[in-house]
Design a protein around this ligand. Sequence first.
Ligand code: PLP
Length: 389
Amino acid sequence: MFNTELIHFSAIQDPYHSLIPPIYPSSVYTFNSIEELIEFVKAKEKPRFEYGRYGNPTNRNLELTIAHLEKTEDALLVSSGMSACTIPLLTFLQSGDHIVFTSDIYLKTRFFIEKLKKFQIEYTMVFPDYEAIKQAIRPNTKIVFTELPTNPFFYIVDIEALSHYLKPRGILLIVDATLASPYNFNPITWGADIVIHSLTKYFSGQNDLIAGVIAGPKLLLDKIRETQGEIGSILPAEISYKIQRSMKTLGIRMEYLNQVALEIAEFLSKHPKVKKVYYPFLPSHPHFQLAKKYLRGGGGLITIQLEGNLETLKTFCNSFKIFKIGPSFGSSESLIDPPYIMSHWDIPENEKQLLNITETTIRLSIGLENKEDLIKDLVQALEKVKNLQ
Ligand code: PLP
């Protein structure tokens, strides 16, 4: 089962039988002779390491652990979640191709896809919905890119149906499952070709590092690894070790967050000062049924909207004692992210409206503090909003 496999999986056996795999920071791996080097360069499957930009034993151990958790063949560590999003696109897209991506995704991923236009790569942005994606497919579509759940409204694309549609057409389905983590969702088991995670979030869980991973079948990963080796987006072994350390509690943290965030979402949905609550496991969420189909739990993020304007937002956000204003999610510390200001500040007003990003939209990242304290903090901040009106 998830926790046992995660804790005991190890691809590396060190000669001293240490329980915890060692860190290999070396950038160079030497050869005893030219014959050994010739044997190495001729080998199709590289049996050992050569140079740090192409991998090291510490990273390999984590890559194979993540591939195991994602129920696929291979994985590749990169320097950030953004590298994990961009490197597969650079690997598989060529000028003249078309990509479909869903609207409610991490904005930097969207900006990168839009920039590919300068290489004559066309794109269509659609609402995260199977029919909408299907309608956007063209004869030259090479990739469909979505998050599952999306961000910040947690929409769920029916990827089983979508993969049935895309596979015979040779279109790759890439899923950024950062918001779910492999504890809640394994996209490849539902037909996705590649799964991506920002390891900065739930995997690390401590707000103290930036990293990313791409997982999928070896055939695709070999090609992506080649691009990564050329681009040079590498993860230092020390960071990889930190992730392996933090990740052992991934299942326990996700299980806890699935329960606590649901309870907080239920509480907020009954609060008179909260206009709207988005959480995938609330029956009021438009994709509740799909969430039940694909996800083990709703995760640690909740998005709310209040009645009011920027002044309401200021009063509310400035009142918190435990929640801190900041980007990111998935770590011990609870955070509030107002996307109207934080991520979408430069987006034109009419587009913000289309994306449903209002002045009082707030994404809550639930941390590991006591649930009662978090609810108390939310209640007193909501009280301040009441005083304002
Ligand atoms: N994908 C999603 C869904 C994200 O939320 C983020 C960052 O917030 C990224 C990718 C990028 O990850 P990183 O910050 O590790 O580059």
